[in-house]
Design a protein around this ligand. Structure first.
Ligand SMILES: NC(=O)C1=CN([C@@H]2O[C@H](COP(=O)(O)OP(=O)(O)OC[C@H]3O[C@@H](n4cnc5c(N)ncnc54)[C@H](OP(=O)(O)O)[C@@H]3O)[C@@H](O)[C@H]2O)C=CC1
Ligand SMILES: C=C(O[C@H]1[C@H](O)[C@@H](CO)O[C@H](OP(=O)(O)OP(=O)(O)OC[C@H]2O[C@@H](n3ccc(=O)[nH]c3=O)[C@H](O)[C@@H]2O)[C@@H]1NC(C)=O)C(=O)O
Length: 332
C-alpha cells in the first residue's frame, strides 16, 4: 500500500505559521541597528544542490531549494529576513537527528544552525549557542563534575533541538537544567525567557507552539556539583550502546512513549511482532523496536509506509494510537 505524504496523518510542522512569513514592510521595522545591518545577500546561499540526506541522521532526503549555514545570531537574523523578503518557507536545522526529509526535498530554505559557542558564566552555569552539539555539552559538564546533563552524552542533536524537543533519557530531561532560553522572533527581536516562564512536558516545550518563534539562539544551563557525574555519564552511554542500534542510520525513537497509559512504544511494537519488519530499505530495528533503520537505500516513502504500518498494527493489537516523536518535513 502506498501512503502518500499528503494523506498520511502525521504531525507536520507544529507551527507552520512561522514558516511562511508574509513580506510586509513593517515586519522588520523592529530590528535593532545591529540586526538590520547585515546584508543577507552576503550569505552564501546554495540553490538546489544541497542534499538533505547529507544533513539528516537517517540519510534520507532530496535537495533543498535554498540552503545556508549561519554561525552567529546576526547571520541567522539575516537569513530569516531573506526568507521573509522572498516569502519563502524555512526551517532551522540542527543535526537533523529528529526529522524525516522527503525525497522530493524541501521547496523552501534550510538554515543550518552552526552557532556553536560555549561560555562558562560561573561554576556549573553554562551559556551555550543553540547549534552546539548536545552530546559534547554532556561530556564537558560531566567531566567538570556537574550533574543534570549526563544523559546528553550520547544524544546526537544540538542544544537548540534539545530545548525544542525537551530531549531526555535515563530519567533526566533538558528542561530540568535550563535557567533561560534566548530566542529571536519572526520580527527579528531578541528575547530572553526565564525557566519559570516556560512550561515543558514529556518531549514537549512551549517553543513547539510559539507562533512568533524564528529560532532558539542560546540556552543557559544551571547544573549541580556531583562527584559521580562522569561515572554516571559513562554508564548511560554504555547502556545506550547496549540497547540502541547506534551504529546504524536512525533518528532515535520514532514514537513518543504513551506514558499516560504506562507503556513504552518499543514494548508494544515488539509484542506486536514487528521487530525486523522491512519495507523497501526501511526496517524496524531488531535491537530496539522504536528505532527504524535506513538499511542503505530507504526512501522517505519507505519510512512513511513503515511508520504507518507499525501504527496500524499496534492500534489493532492493543488499541493504542502511537504518536510520532520525529518531525516529517513536508516538501512543499
Ligand atoms: N534521546 C535520544 O537518544 C535522542 C534524542 N534526540 C533529540 O531530538 C532532538 C533533535 O535535535 P536536532 O538534531 O538538533 O534537531 P533537528 O535538526 O532534527 O531539527 C528538528 C526540528 O527541531 C526544531 N529545531 C531545531 N533546532 C532549533 C532551534 N535552534 N530553534 C528552533 N527550533 C529548532 C526545528 O523545528 P521546526 O521545523 O518546527 O522549525 C527542526 O525542524 C534533540 O532534542 C535531540 O536531543 C534525537 C535522537 C536521539
Ligand atoms: C532515543 C530517544 O530517547 C530514548 C532514551 O534514549 C531512552 C533511555 O533513557 O529512553 C526512552 O526510550 P525507551 O522508553 O524505549 O527506553 P528503553 O529503556 O530502551 O525501553 C523501555 C522499555 O521497553 C522495552 N523494550 C525496549 C526495546 C525493545 O526493542 N523492546 C522492548 O520491549 C525495554 O525492555 C524497557 O522495558 C527514550 N525514548 C522516548 C520516546 O522517550 C529519543 O528520544 O530519540
Amino acid at each position: 500500500m502506498q501512503i502518500k505524504p499528503s494523506n498520511y496523518q502525521f504531525p507536520l510542522n507544529p507551527h507552520p505559521q512561522r514558516k511562511l512569513l508574509h513580506s510586509c514592510s513593517h515586519v522588520y521595522s523592529s530590528f535593532n541597528k545591529q540586526e538590520t545591518a547585515p546584508n543577507s545577500r552576503r550569505l552564501p546561499f546554495i540553490r538546489k544542490k544541497k542534499l538533505l540526506s547529507d544533513l539528516s541522521t537517517w540519510g534520507i532526503g532530496g535537495p533543498a531549494n535554498y540552503f545556508v549555514q549561519v554561525f552567529n545570531q546576526t547571520q541567522l537574523v539575516s537569513a530569516v529576513r531573506y526568507c521573509d523578503e522572498q516569502s519563502m518557507r524555512y526551517i532551522i536545522l540542527g543535526k537533523g537527528s529528529n526529522c524525516l526529509f522527503d525525497d522530493m526535498g524541501f521547496d523552501g530554505c534550510v538554515i543550518l544552525n552552526r552557532i556553536e559557542f560555549l561560555e562558562k558564566i560561573e561554576d556549573g552555569v553554562y551559556r551555550v549557542g543553540s547549534g552546539y552539539p548536545f552530546n559534547r555539552l554532556g561530556f564537558v559538564c560531566a567531566n567538570e563534575g556537574f550533574s543534570g546533563l549526563e544523559f546528553a552524552g550520547g544524544v546526537p542533536g544540538t542544544v537548540g533541538g534539545a530545548a525544542y524537543m525537551n530531549a531526555g533519557a535515563n530519567g533526566q530531561e533538558t528542561a530540568d537544567t535550563i535557567d533561560s532560553v534566548e530566542i529571536i522572533t519572526n520580527e527579528g527581536k531578541s528575547r530572553m525567557l526565564k525557566r519559570r516562564e516556560l512550561n515543558f512536558g514529556y518531549r514537549s516545550s512551549p517553543f513547539q507552539e510559539m507562533k512568533d518563534l524564528a529560532s532558539i539562539t542560546a540556552v543557559t544551563f544551571r547544573l549541580k556539583f556531583s562527584r559521580t557525574a562522569r561515572e554516571m555519564q559513562q554508564e548511560y552511554l554504555a547502556r545506550r550502546w547496549r540497547t540502541q542500534p547506534l551504529a546504524q542510520r536512525s533518528a532515535g525513537s520514532v514514537f513518543r512513549n504513551p506514558i499516560s497509559m504506562g507503556f513504552s512504544a518499543a514494548e508494544l511494537i515488539e509484542q506486536a511482532g514487528l521487530k525486523g519488519l522491512k519495507i523497501g530499505g526501511a526496517m524496524v530495528s531488531n535491537k530496539h523496536a522504536n528505532f527504524f533503520i535506513n538499511c542503505g537505500s530507504a526512501t522517505s516513502q519507505d519510512m512513511l509506509e513503515l511508520i504507518g504500518r507499525v501504527k496500524d498494527a499496534v492500534n489493532q493489537k492493543f488499541g493504542v494510537e502511537l504518536k510520532e516523536e520525529i518531525l516529517y518535513i513536508h516538501p512543499s
